[in-house]
Design a protein around this ligand. Sequence first.
Ligand SMILES: Cc1ncc(COP(=O)(O)O)c(C=O)c1O
Length: 374
Amino acid sequence: MSLIDLRSDTVTRPTPEMRRAMAEAEVGDDVFGDDPTVNALEERAAEITGMEGGLFVASGSMGNLVSLVAHVPRGGEIIAEAESHTLMDEQAGHAVIVGASARGIPARPDGTMDPLLVDRAFRNPLDLHEPRTALIVLENTHAHSMGQPLTPAYTAEIAAIAHGHGVPLHVDGARLFNAAVALGVRASDLLAPADSATFCLSKGLACPIGSVVVGAGGFIARARRARKLVGGGMRQVGIVAAAGLVALRDGPAGMIERLAEDHENARILAHALASMPGIAGLDPERTATNFVVFGIRAADPAGPAGALSPRELRDRFLEELRAEGVLMVEYPHDTIRAVTHYGVTAAEIERVVSACRAALARCGAASAPATPAA
Ligand SMILES: Cc1ncc(COP(=O)(O)O)c(C=O)c1O
């Protein structure tokens, strides 16, 4: 039985077309600016996001890090969502490498931060005691709110606050194209109010490696220096960039349009899960992109599963699910994340649903107490 891996969209494998493009890529030394395939990818990334320039980097984390180095002076402060990848999952690169402090603002269920709280989080630049706010970071799609896409109007509202205080707005668009497809807008519409962004090729777009930082020319020049600082200057890296050029093609030849299939599969999965006793905290109507996040509870609190903590029950469910040939991953607050992606078909989603039903039964979370007859 083959495994169905829904831990992340990073597990995607390159398409046959990507492998061909990689094998045949024209290359050069990219630190000298000589790799024509990297240059073409950076130009294409700039074009599709409506920005002036692009910079190919090894990962989303590196993209965010070099963007912070380029925007934020040592001793500056960034404002970001409290559970964003930038603050929670990048080893505090803002502190370790940039020398910046951070203020986290909690997300609302739709993945946004309250603009009033964002505005209030700015430091007083005239107060000697305080650091200086130097950047706002938005995450689009917003992972911890189950992959909610942030609209161009919201991005514009936050950009206006940033610019009103004289600081730039960076978008961690690891899944920017999921947001664009979900909202039916162009990536360039999402980024028009922003000063810079990172987007990942190695997630739903199915490339093996890489992200692109986009922004104005001066910013890209500073980010390029920062990339060298963190050891990210690569050489004949057109071999990898070639896959990105395939991913960013327009229409069915590329990998952007097809993200709609992943969103539909996530919706089907969420609706099926939400109807199962034993699944907690899942409103399937909130499935906007390719994330499904849910908890496990004992449907019968008096049964054996009722004695387990939510975390123990979750871990047991994940083990049982693995035995059924399906992988999902632990997520914060004792929840589980399933991510749909290229390579997972609608038929496989049906198999996932049956596997979840079986795993719930085996970990004792499925059966609801019998309702006494009226
Ligand atoms: C929202 C978000 N930003 C940034 C990243 C970092 O990307 P990478 O794993 O390529 O460093 C991730 C990775 O999962 C992510 O989910």
